[in-house]
Design a protein around this ligand. Sequence first.
Ligand code: PGA
Length: 258
Amino acid sequence: MNRRYRKTIIAGNWKMNKTPTEAKTLIEDMKQQLDKDVYKYCELVLCVPFTDIQAAIKAARGSKIAIGAQNMHFEKSGAFTGEISADMLKEMGVKYVIIGHSERRQYFNETDVDCNKKIKVAIAAGLRPILCCGESLEEREQNVTMEVVRKQIKIALRDVPAEDIKKVVIAYEPIWAIGTGKTATAEQAGEVCSAIRDCLRELYGARAARAITVQYGGSMNAKNAEELLAQPDVDGGLIGGASLKAPDFVAIANASRQ
Ligand code: PGA
């Protein structure tokens, strides 16, 4: 982290978990366990299923927890059965939206070009996109991690103007570390996050790149968060499994106090 230049953001990704009633209970537990001064160190976001948004926003009242979504469509409206638009999310009070999570890429065939369209539409609607990138195990073993991540970022951010780039959060999530309990080492996470910042510097210049929050995600938990967040270019986390338990998520938020 480097709080001098950029915000630390600890974001939960609940994936397809929790009903609205369960969401309310979990957020109330988190609120109770969070110290008020934690917000001096980090911003907290919970990216919940669409059906939980209303309950989550209500439950988060009185705290600074922001609510995010996990996906959206890139068209404004129209004949896209089952889809949700950026304006719909915005009107509900959503602040963030995850774009291009590897599970969306893998199971729903999302491409870097889709991510690019979604990011532009999200920003236009006033949402902050959390753009996910990351290599597979095979790609890491083939030694092409940086190439893969750079390609994902360059396509996803194509034509996103410099004045908008500070609204974008990048989440580096090596696919082999997601939900596997196999965390990247702090050095591996730090190395790729800093290469991501290099790439952002090439695209937007040093000042803009310095101000962008780059998170790590992939089996981040209460035990390893402190070490990961100690890396200068790791500015937070995108947390799946551990964001479904109040004490774990709170512990990760507390790990940003260093
Ligand atoms: P995990 O998920 O923390 O359960 O590995 C992270 C993510 O998919 O964002």
